[in-house]
Structure formats: C-alpha cells, structure tokens
Ligand binder design. Structure first.
Ligand code: ATP
Length: 551
C-alpha cells in the first residue's frame, strides 16, 4: 500500500528521525535520573556541577528534539505532496464509469483522506521514540522496584487490552463516519453547482439547507461525536488507569508492602515520566484508527492504494497502432447503468457497424439511449454484454490506441483553457486565431502560447470553443452530442451544411447526435433509437451541398 511504499522510499530520513528521537529519549532518561539523584541526594556534588549537567542534558534534549521535528516536518510535507500527486493520478487513470456518479469523491479523498493518512507515516518514528522511551523508563523503574513495576505493568496491560477491544468496536463507527462525510461532500458540490438556482429560488435553498444539507451534517456530527467520544474515552480511561495505578502503588507501598519513602518517591517520579510516552501511544491510536478508516475508504471507492502509480509519461504522440482502421462494429452490445432496476438493459442489444469516413446522425427521443450509445462507442462505458471491435479486434485489447481515434463534444463537456494538438502540444497561436475567426469568436477570445484568454462565454460560444479543441486534436472520428442545440439559426445551419460536410470531405468519420430533423437528409446514415434499441438505420438520398468550409 501507499504508506508502506512511502516508508520504504524514505526510510533514511525516517530512520534519522527515529534515531534522533531515540537520542532525545536517552537525554530525557538521563535528565530524569539526574533530577532524581538531585532530589534524593541534594547538592552533594557541589553547586556548579549539577546545574551545568542539567543544562547540558536540557540542551542535548532540545537539539535532538528540534532536529527530529524538522525532519518530520519535511517528511510530512513530502508525504502530503506524494499522496496528492498519487491520488490525483489514480483519479485520472480511473475508468470514467467508476467515477461518473461520484465526482464529489475526488474532493473528499484529496482533502479528507490525505489529511487523515499523512499522520500515519509521521507517527511511525514517534511511535519508535515513545516505545523506546517507555522501555527505558520501565528499565529505570525496574532498578527502583521490580515488584512495583510488575504491578504497574499489570494495570497497563489490562488497560491496553480494553483499548484494543474498543478500537475494534470503533472501526465500524469510523467507516460509517467516512461514508457520512462523503454525503456531506456531495452536498457541498450542490452548493457550488446549484448556486444560481438557489440564489433565485429561496424556497429551493431553504429545502436544500433543511432537508438535505443540515441532516447530512448532523448525521456526520453524531457519528463523529460517537466515534471520537469513544476514542477520547479510551484516552481518558488509559491515563486514569496510569495515574490511578500510581496512586494505588503509593498507597499499597506504604500500607501493605512496607516500602521506604525513597523507593516510593523515586518510583513515582519515574512513573510520572512514563505517563508522557504512554499518553502519546494512546493518542496515536486515535490517529491510526482515523487514518486506517481513510485507507479503507480509498480501497472501497476503487482507488486501491496498493501498487505503485505508473508514472511513465504518456507517449509523445497519439498511438498510430490503428491508423488504417476501416470499420467499428458493435455486436450484441447491452448496457445497464449501475443501480438500474429496470427489467431490460438501458441500451441494447445493439448491432451496428460504422464505416470509416461516414457521416452518421443518431436520432431519437429523450432518454432513448443516444448519449449512452456514444459513450459505449467511444469506450467510456464497458458493455455488460456483447463487444465493440475495430477491424475485428476487440477494442479493450488496446483501449488507448482505440480512444486515440476519437475527439468530440459531450453533452456535459468541460473546457480546458489550453488548446492542444493530438500529441498534447500547444497549438500555434496563429492556427488558434484562425479557428477562432471561423467560429466567430475572434472578438471575444484571445490566445497566448496556446492558452485561451477566457472561457466565461455564452453556452453557444463555449460549445464553439469545445469544437475548436476538436479541430486542434484533429483525430479520425469527430462526435457531437447535440452540439448544435445551443447555436443560433445561422451558425446551426453553418455547422450542418458546411462544417460537418467539410470534415467528411477531409476523410473524417462524423457521428452526431441530433434533434434537428431539418438536416437529417445531409447524413450518409440516420440511426434512430427508441427505448435503447435501434429502430431504423436508413441512408437518405444524397443532396447537393451549398458550400463547404475546410478549416
Ligand atoms: N448516469 C446515469 N445513471 C443512470 N441512468 C442514466 C444515466 N444517464 C442516463 N441514464 C438513463 O439511461 C437512459 C438513456 O439515457 P441517454 O442519456 O443515453 O438518453 P439520450 O437519448 O441521450 O437522451 P437525451 O436526448 O435526453 O439526451 C435514460 O433512461 C436515462 O435516464
């Protein structure tokens, strides 16, 4: 898992921090012994020597502690950065369908889980330090009175057994808390994405606040209180057991065991020192429990933190493996969205073939399965049954090469400010300016080193910027999910009558979802869907085109 890998990669500074911590533990014990000697023997060694020795041990303690803290701070920063980098990469590598309905998970994990997991690694050297400190103090106490140490050890062992039992009970609570927090993160997304609707509609905002957000926050709060109260009670209990047993030992030492005052005082001072590492070990248990719950959450959402992230850079150019493809075929393809309880699949069974260079329109009523078909065709969704193949080869045998064939605009597209070619290089500003002019955006948007000056545009204009990106990528297959729906009459006409035919003339395959029946006759094929199945696949008679604009 990621934590073990981090510990392996950074074992030197971690070992350094642990060594420094142990040195600091040694200084603390030496200081304890010095204080005890001074307390029991007084200033027999003169005035200056005990003072200088005390200052010396204090300075050594300060330096070893400070150095180990600096090392730990560096390791902490490094671990947070590494966790963020690895988790971002894992999210990017995760298949679309695994994340489609849980986008809030990204923020929850990058913020909450990173903050919970990072302390797990940092706790390791401190655990070593405190364990060593506890052993050294115990060793010191053994020299004072092995019998009293045995009694104290017995009390602490019983308390530890109770703590471990409680930790098992709390494990389920912490997992529940992590899931409850996930719901809160989901609603945080409503706040940003639904801002306009809630600003305009106060009743909607009130309902969201009182019926959704607040109950989710309250549920997380109540689980947090239960989980952390349990862990906190454990800490309080453990410390009470420690100090209670010291009290009992003093009492029994005088009342039943007939020990000398000197033995009892020296034992008590040592036992109080022991309270430091014991307290740390108990409170570290809370960090470990919370961090472990986050690790389990990452595994649950498919971000299995086991195994190294593949940091190999992507190829510098799109794959050429399928450059000469001729046909894409869907055979018996069925798909059902997760959670769907319908008797029949959302789409399918579908049997279709797309020839290279064709211009195909996919049509049908709302919910008939057009967008789902496009996601299956572009391999963003995996068929539950059936197969998508390219020239007879199943596409999942080389998904990257297959996906490199596609560029397009989804119904819920996202705009990146940088315009890149198929190889991921910034497109030249001259070419971007030319495209901006063709798309009638030259006035609104400027470009500098391949970066667009603004993306805050009208919906129709934003779709044109998305189209610009497709031209920049210039791949074999251009797909559009109701691209023209937000365009004005003039530009819609221009899109269907000029831009799409020009793409076809340039040898591109065009697959466009459309409700614009005025233009259906311009396609090579019109595939109609209903209830997730192909109900017709027709070839309209060819018509002469008005004009074509190659861009
Ligand atoms: N993410 C999803 N999770 C569950 N069901 C979904 C999801 N997306 C779509 N569906 C369902 O799948 C069916 C097909 O949806 P799809 O978006 O493919 O239809 P469409 O033909 O593109 O519709 P429209 O013309 O309205 O865009 C619909 O019944 C829809 O409710």
């Amino acid at each position: 898992m990621i934590l073990q890998r981090f510990l392996r990669q950074h074992y030197r500074p971690l070992a350094g921090a642990a060594l420094l911590s142990c040195a600091s533990a040694g200084c603390t014990v030496a200081l304890l012994s010095h204080i005890n000697r001074l307390a029991s023997q007084g200033l027999h060694g003169g005035i200056a020597h005990p003072l200088l020795a005390g200052i010396g041990w204090l300075l050594a303690l300060l330096m070893t502690n400070a150095l180990s803290q600096v090392l730990l701070a560096q390791l902490g920063g490094g671990l947070v950065a590494q966790l963020r980098t690895e988790l971002s990469r894992r999210f990017i590598d995760l298949e679309y369908e695994k994340l489609a309905d849980q986008k809030h998970t990204v923020f929850g994990s990058l913020i909450d889980d990173v903050a919970n997991i990072a302390p797990l690694a940092l706790v390791a050297p401190l655990l070593a330090y405190n364990l060593l400190l506890a052993v050294l103090y115990a060793g010191y106490l053994a020299t004072v009175s092995p019998m009293l140490l045995g009694m104290l050890g017995g009390f602490l062992a019983a308390s530890l057994a109770a703590s471990l039992l409680l930790a098992r009970v709390m494990r389920g609570k912490l997992d529940e808390l992590r899931r409850a927090n996930e719901k809160v993160f989901e609603y945080f997304r409503f706040i940003s994405d639904g801002k306009k609707e809630m600003t305009l509609n106060e009743a909607r905002a009130t309902h969201f606040t009182h019926a959704l957000m607040n109950p989710a926050i309250q549920r997380a709060r109540s689980l947090m209180v239960r989980a952390h109260a349990g862990l906190g009670l454990n800490e309080a209990w453990s410390m009470t057991v420690l100090y209670g047993s010291i009290f009992l030992i003093v009492y029994l030492g005088y009342a039943a065991l007939g020990l000398t005052q000197d033995t009892i005082i020296r034992f008590v001072i040592g036992a109080v020192f022991l309270g430091g590492p014991v307290g740390f070990l108990v409170s570290a248990g809370r960090q470990v429990a919370v961090g472990a719950a986050s690790l389990r959450h990452l595994e649950r959402v498919g971000l299995d933190p086991g195994g190294a992230v593949d940091d190999a850079p992507s190829p510098a150019h799109g794959s050429r493996a399928l450059d000469d493809w001729r046909e894409i075929r869907l055979e018996g393809v069925c798909y059902r969205y997760p959670g769907s309880t319908a008797a029949r699949p959302t789409v399918g069974p579908i049997d279709l073939a797309f020839e290279r260079g064709e211009m195909v329109f996919i049509v049908g009523g709302n919910g008939s399965g057009k967008s789902t078909l496009l996601l299956l065709l572009s391999s963003l969704l995996t068929p539950e049954q059936g197969c998508v193949s390219i020239d007879g080869m199943a596409v999942n045998s080389d998904l990257r090469a297959y996906r490199d064939r596609f560029t397009g605009v989804f119904g819920d597209f996202f705009l990146f400010p940088h315009v890149l070619d198929a190889a991921g290089r910034p497109l030249s500003d001259a070419r971007i300016e030319q495209l901006l002019d063709v798309l009638d955006l030259g006035e609104q948007v400027q470009t500098h080193d391949g970066e667009l000056s603004r993306l805050a545009l009208s919906t129709g204009q934003r779709k044109r910027v998305a189209l610009l990106q497709c031209y920049a990528e210039d791949r074999d297959i251009f797909f559009f999910d109701e691209w023209a729906a937000d365009q004005d009459v003039h530009f819609r006409d221009y899109f269907y009558r000029s831009l799409l035919p020009a793409l076809k003339a340039a040898g591109k395959t065009v697959i466009a979802i459309s409700h614009d029946d005025r233009y259906f006759h311009l396609a090579d094929r019109v595939i109609a869907l209903d209830l997730g199945q192909v109900v017709s696949d027709t070839r309209p008679a060819p018509v002469p085109l008005r004009s074509r604009t190659a861009i």
